[in-house]
Structures are given as C-alpha cells and as structure tokens.
Design a protein around this ligand. Structure first.
Ligand code: FAD
Length: 346
C-alpha cells in the first residue's frame, strides 16, 4: 500500500530509464556503464523509452562516454560546491534532477557511495529502493520493474515491485551486468544544469590520505629485501609517514611491531615476530622498536639489522649490526635527506 503521508503522483508523467553516472574524477565507473547497458534493455521493453544519465561534478567527456555506452541524454549537474563528494548535498542535487526529468526507473551502482546516495535519494523522492538487485525485468502485464534479489540468507529469490510510486529505484553491485559495447557513432544530448542545494549540511574542510593506504601500496613484507619497521616508539601513525618515505627511497617496504599494530598505526599483515610474519631481508631497520624476544623471532635471519632507538640499553641496540641512538624524528629525516642526496634527488 502507498504511504498516506506521501504526496500523490501521476505515474503517466514518468518516462525513461535513468542511471546515476558515478565516476572517480577521471572516468566513469564500470558499474555506471553496466547499468546503462541494462537500462537500454529495460527501455526497449518499455516501448523504446529514452535512457538518461545524471552526472555530478563530471566532465562532458564522461557524459559523451555514457552516450557511447547507451545514454540518449546526460544531465551534468554543474555546481562548484559539489566538487567534493558529500552525501546529503549530492543526493539533494541528484533528487532535484530526477524530480525534474521524471524517469520511470532510476538505477544506482551499489558502490560505497551509491549505497549511501540511494537511500537519501529514495527518501527525498518519496519512493522505494531495492538494494543489491541481481536481476531486473519488466513485468509484461503491468510494465512495473521487477527488482529481483536474494533473500533469507541467499536461500530464496525475492521479486520486489514499486507499483504505486515513481521512479522505481534499484541498486546493483558492480559486475552483475555486462558492460555494453562502446559505440562511437551513438548520438545523444548533454544538458548542463546549475542545480542549487537546499541548506548545506556538510562543509568540506580538507582531505588527508590515510597512512594505511600508503603502507598498503608497498610490497609485502615477506618478499622485500629491505624492510623498515616501526614500533610503539613512533608515538603515532604519523611516524609511519617518515618510514614509508624511507622505505620507498630504499626500494623496500614497511613492517611493524605488535604494539604498533595494536595501536592501529599499521595493518596486521605488516606485523613481524612470533605471532606475525617471519622474514629474512637483506636489511632490516627497526625504528622505535625495543627488540623483545617475540619480535626478534621474526627478524633474526635478516642479513643486517639496524636499530634506531632513543634508549642505548634497548635489547634491539644490543642485537643489531648497527645502532643509531637518538630520537627517530631527528634521525630518520636526516637519513632520508642523505639518501636523496646520494641518489641525486635533492
Ligand atoms: C605470545 C606473544 C607473542 C608476541 N608476538 C609478537 C610479534 O609477533 N611481534 C612483535 O613485535 N611483538 C610480539 N609480542 C610483543 C612483544 O613482547 C613486545 O611487547 C613488542 O614487540 C613491543 O613492541 P615495541 O617494541 O613496538 O614497543 P616497546 O617495547 O614499547 O618499545 C618501544 C621502543 O621505542 C623506543 N623509543 C621511544 N621513543 C622513541 C623515539 N622518539 N625515537 C626512537 N626510539 C624511541 C623505546 O626506547 C623502546 O625501545 C608478543 C608477545 C607475546 C607475549
């Protein structure tokens, strides 16, 4: 039954199958193209209805790509305030465009961002949303969208319909539908809409890449000849930034002690020691690590161990080939500078 609190709609006013065209700043995400292919299928079953796309903070090249992959019309939302993604503001702008163009069906990729937006948009448009559909069909009798997805822990398939509301909304995970062929002869319309946002709720102050991402991009500890490891002595995740820089200069990677992993400064996959990984690199540099037996068990086969520690009596200092005693915040930048100079990088 339709919700009595929601305004009545005239279903006849809604036409076409539209897709949210998510992108990564450089190009459209594959899921957006996959959905355009599905949209064309569904549109054909709705009497050659048009296929549309909504693009936020995207370029005309992206809009053109959407046309090559099946869109007849792409609305590019132009508003400098939407340069950085924030869920409320994006959803607000998309919902306005959808409300204006009135597609009968609106599809969203079930990405992290898509999932967040879908609920916001459906609520703003006072319609339903079926998340994570694995198939979409048109009911031959009613013309309604059959939103098919697994249910009861995947033991059954549910077919969900939105017979009283429009647009009918569904999200679909990446890779569920095939990407349609790219046809550069396809023609379509690109419309620029300067959409205003009602009452901004989020203010973007700045972005910082998390150190875990930088660490994750480095080679695995087991297969690296040079390993720079950080411990509790680093004092914070920030300290790992210096270690990443040093490791990159040495074509190596970054590891961590149990305590650094427990502090959440490095992922568990980077832990070396008794309950972590056992490694045998050519060079192991232990920064702010005391050298407890359980740690040493994972690194004792290293060819050279270098300790950087403020405590001359730390076990690692006794068990290393070379030790630099002092604050790592002073020593590591000096090492970086020296290596850069030796490599002709500064
Ligand atoms: C069953 C068991 C399994 C374990 N498995 C592992 C394992 O797999 N891997 C592992 O690492 N540990 C393991 N441990 C834990 C281990 O016993 C130690 O507690 C741990 O290794 C200590 O981590 P840390 O050296 O980072 O910290 P801490 O022992 O706290 O040492 C920090 C060091 O940083 C130095 N320091 C402080 N400030 C600075 C500065 N500004 N500049 C330079 N140096 C500084 C200090 O002098 C100190 O030596 C295990 C323990 C048990 C009981």
């Amino acid at each position: 039954m339709p919700c009595k609190l929601w305004p009545e709609i005239n279903k006849e006013e809604y036409k076409g199958v539209w897709v949210y065209l998510e992108h990564d700043g450089a190009k459209l995400k594959d899921v957006a193209l996959e959905l355009l292919g599905k949209a064309r299928d569904l549109a054909a079953k709705r009497g050659k209805a048009p296929v549309g796309g909504v693009l936020v903070a995207g370029t005309d090249e992206m809009a053109q790509e959407a046309i090559y992959h099946g869109a007849d019309k792409v609305v590019v939302i132009v508003n400098p305030e939407l340069k950085v993604y924030t869920p409320y503001e994006y959803a607000n702008a998309i919902a306005k465009v959808v409300a204006k163009y009135k597609p009968e069906i609106f599809l969203i990729g079930a990405t992290k961002r898509g999932r967040e937006l879908a609920a916001f948009i459906a609520n703003t448009l006072t319609t339903g949303i079926t998340a994570d559909c694995t198939a979409l069909e048109i009911d031959p009798k009613t013309g309604d969208l059959m939103q098919i997805r697994p249910t009861f822990g995947g033991t059954q398939m549910a077919t969900i319909k939105t017979p009283h509301r429009r647009p009918q909304m569904a999200s679909v995970r990446p890779g569920v539908f095939p990407k349609p062929p790219r046809d550069v002869n396809r023609k379509g319309e690109i419309i620029h809409e300067a959409v205003e946002i009602n009452g901004r709720r989020t203010t973007f102050l700045g972005a910082e890449r998390r150190i875990e991402r930088d660490i994750a991009d480095l080679p695995p500890v087991e297969s690296s000849d040079v390993v720079v490891a950080g411990g509790r002595g680093l004092g914070s995740a920030e300290g790992f930034k210096l270690l990443v820089e040093l490791a990159k200069l040495l074509n190596g990677t970054v590891a961590a002690s149990l305590m650094a992993v427990r502090a959440g400064w490095a992922p568990h996959t980077r832990q070396v020691g008794q309950t972590g990984k056992t490694i045998r690199p050519r060079l192991y540099i232990a920064v702010g690590i005391s050298g407890a037996v359980q740690h040493m068990m994972g690194i004792q086969e290293s060819k050279y161990i270098v300790a950087i520690n403020s405590d001359p009596n730390a076990p690692i200092v006794q068990n290393s080939d070379y030790a630099i005693v002092g604050d790592y915040k002073q020593i590591v930048p000096l090492l970086i500078e020296e290596i850069k100079r030796a490599k002709g990088l500064s």
